[in-house]
Ligand binder design. Structure first.
Ligand SMILES: NC(=O)c1ccc[n+]([C@@H]2O[C@H](COP(=O)([O-])OP(=O)(O)OC[C@H]3O[C@@H](n4cnc5c(N)ncnc54)[C@H](OP(=O)(O)O)[C@@H]3O)[C@@H](O)[C@H]2O)c1
Length: 294
C-alpha cells in the first residue's frame, strides 16, 4: 500500500464498548464519525459532538483510521465485505474479540484489499476505556500502530504493540483470560468453603489479596524456569503441592461444596505424579500441558 488516507477516525459498532471508545475520543478532542447497524445507538455520541453516518460506507469513506468493535468476527466480516472496494489506503483496527486464527485470516483479507490491519484485544470493561492503567494489546501492522499511536494511547494508557503477527493480541488475550478466571474461580471457591464455616467473603479479602500478591511474587522465577525448561523444585516439590491439593479437596467435600475447582487442580497434579514429576517443581506442569495439546 503506497498512499495512506488521512481523515476522520471512524467508530463502527456502538454497543457498550464501541460507545465507550467514541466517548473517550470525544473527551480527548477527536470528533469521530460513528455508525451502528441499529439506528438510534449513536444518538448520545452525536449529542456529545460525534458525526453520525447513515451508511457504514460513508463512515469508512471519510476515515483514515477505522475502529471496529462489534460482537464477533462474523459481524466484522458482514460489515466489511460490502466495503471491500473502499478499504485501500485505510488503517483498520479491529477491537472485536476473537481467536488468533480469526485475526490472521481477517488481516490477510484486509491487506489483500490494500489496507493496513491491526488487531486489538481490550483487557478492560467499557468504563475503563481511556484510563491511564487500561490495557489494549495490538498486533499486526507496525506502521499502522505508529501512525495512530497517540489516538490508540488515548483509548488505553497501557496500549502496547506486541508484534507483526496479527494473532499475537488474541493469544495474549486468551492467556490473560486464563489468569483472570483462575484467580476468580479460586476466590469464589474459597469464599464458598468459608461461607459454610460462617465466614463472610468480605472477611476473606485480606487473606485473598495477600495470597494473590504472594503468588504473583513467584512468577519472575517461575517464568525463568519455564523458559529454561528447568524445574528444580527447590522451593516446593510437585509432591508437596499435590498433597496440599488433597487437603483442599477433603475440606471442600467436608463443607458440602462443589468440587469442580479443586478436583480440576488435583486431577492435573495426579497426572504430574503419574508422569514421574513428584520431585520436580510446580512449573514442570507446563510440560504436561504442552504434551496434552500436541
Ligand atoms: N463489554 C466489555 O466489557 C468488553 C470487554 C472486552 C472486549 N469486548 C469486546 O468488544 C466487542 C463488543 O462488545 P460490546 O460489549 O460492545 O457488545 P454489545 O454491547 O453487545 O454490542 C455489540 C455491537 O455489535 C453490533 N453488531 C452485532 N452483530 C452485527 C452485525 N452482524 N453487523 C453489524 N453490527 C453488529 C451491535 O449492533 P446492533 O446495535 O445493531 O445490535 C452492537 O453495536 C465484543 O467482541 C466483546 O468481546 C467487550
Amino acid at each position: 500500500m503506497n498512499d495512506h488516507v488521512r481523515g476522520d477516525v471512524a467508530v463502527i459498532g456502538l454497543g457498550a464498548m464501541g460507545t465507550a471508545l467514541g466517548q473517550t475520543l470525544l473527551s480527548a478532542g477527536t470528533r469521530p464519525v460513528v455508525w451502528n447497524r441499529t439506528p438510534g445507538r449513536a444518538d448520545g455520541l452525536v449529542e456529545a459532538g460525534a458525526r453520525a453516518a447513515t451508511e457504514v460506507a460513508d463512515a469508512v469513506s471519510s476515515a483514515g483510521l477505522v475502529l471496529i468493535c462489534v460482537s464477533d468476527y462474523d459481524a466484522v466480516r458482514s460489515v466489511l465485505a460490502p466495503l471491500e472496494d473502499r478499504l485501500a489506503g485505510r488503517d483498520i483496527v479491529n477491537l472485536t474479540s476473537g481467536s488468533s486464527a480469526d485475526a490472521r485470516s481477517l488481516a490477510a483479507w484486509v491487506e489483500e484489499r490494500g489496507a493496513r490491519y491491526l488487531d486489538g484485544a481490550i483487557l478492560a470493561v467499557p468504563a475503563e476505556i481511556g484510563g491511564a492503567d487500561t490495557a489494549i494489546l495490538f498486533s499486526g501492522s507496525p506502521e499502522a500502530y505508529e501512525a495512530h499511536r497517540s489516538t490508540l494511547e488515548t483509548l488505553a494508557g497501557r496500549a502496547a504493540h506486541l508484534g507483526t503477527d496479527p494473532g499475537l493480541a488474541a493469544v495474549h488475550d486468551a492467556a490473560s483470560l486464563a489468569i483472570m478466571w483462575s484467580v476468580l474461580n479460586g476466590f469464589l471457591h474459597g469464599a464458598a468453603v468459608l461461607k459454610r464455616a460462617g465466614v463472610k467473603a468480605v472477611d476473606f479479602l485480606p487473606i485473598a489479596r495477600g495470597g494473590i500478591t504472594t503468588t504473583a511474587g513467584w512468577l519472575d522465577a517461575y517464568a525463568a524456569q519455564i523458559d529454561a525448561g528447568d524445574h528444580p523444585g527447590d522451593d516446593s516439590t510437585m509432591a508437596t503441592h499435590v498433597a496440599a491439593m488433597g487437603h483442599l479437596l477433603e475440606e471442600t467435600v467436608g463443607a458440602g461444596v462443589d468440587t469442580s475447582v479443586p478436583a480440576g487442580f488435583k486431577a492435573l497434579g495426579d497426572r504430574a505424579i503419574e508422569a514421574g514429576l513428584a520431585d520436580r517443581g510446580y512449573t514442570a506442569l507446563v510440560d504436561l500441558l504442552l504434551t496434552e495439546t500436541a
